[in-house]
Design a binder for this molecule. Sequence first.
Ligand code: T6T
Length: 329
Amino acid sequence: MERRKFLSLLGTSAGLAGAGALPQLAKAADKKWTVALVPGLTTDAFYITMHRGADAAAKALGVDLVFQGAPQWGVTLQVPVLQAVIARKPDAILIAPTDKQQLIQPLKQASDAGIAVITVDTFIGNGIYQTGSGDADFPLSYVASDNILGGKIAARALAKAIGDKGKVFVANTIPNVSTTDQREQGFKEEMKSHPNIQILQTQFNDDDANKAAALAQAVLARDADLAGIFGANLFSATGSANGVRAAGKVGKVKIAAFDAPSDIVDHLKDGTFEIAIAQHPGEIGYFGVVAAVAHLTGNSVPALIGTGFTVMSKDNIDDPNVKKYVYTG
Ligand code: T6T
């Protein structure tokens, strides 16, 4: 999209908005757009923070934002919510699909009904949209972190923390979730450069912190010399930490956490977590709404909008420019 139009839609640079931008603004003002945000689950600080970002953009652009989701992760819970959202006929749906394959058909129904579909955080198919490549490339855009890179960052930090040797495992949610699959992939790719680190079998916890805690304890019962854990998302990391605590191994088993709610960040200094990889969910929500409105007002939208990370550790967590990325849920 032309930068001037983009800025004027954002409302951030009225002075820059030239004559070419005005018809788009008029169009946006004529119609009150409704954008629905369907998170992976509603009870997760990551999506609560994403909602705040989406809300800020919706207010800036004069859009009605609907936030509707299931309280827990899962296709069987998310699909009925999506169907209820489709029945409300919003102009656009921003959704974090809970499965790469199983959300394709339900989302195709939304697209066929004329609703613009943008995926946020997670993707369907292979996540490469608008290429004419197949039945899952219809979403307009994917707005997210680079999850393979995030997995690599976690691997480097964990390798350093354990002196580049020993046993580690990945605590993960459910297979076929794009984000957590890619984090594990990135983690394992990076660990190929660390031959003295042995990666044990991945432990899947169904996005349930209690299961993650029990699994960490079970691994420790089998492998008492475990050196590290990569918690591939919020509940995998917090649950693993509880398991390590229960086994009396805080600080001995190093944990690299993906995600940055306060209950992870508050435990960087006591050694429970080595690093927390903060995504920028507020940006994901904000730019998801901006992309939807750009499309609805006749502008083209990038098929991929990448947001960044802030890597938090005990050494930088007091810096306000780091701390501002702690999730606000
Ligand atoms: O890590 C985030 C999100 O990126 C992932 O897709 C699912 O888990 C979280 O919501 C954290 O719980």
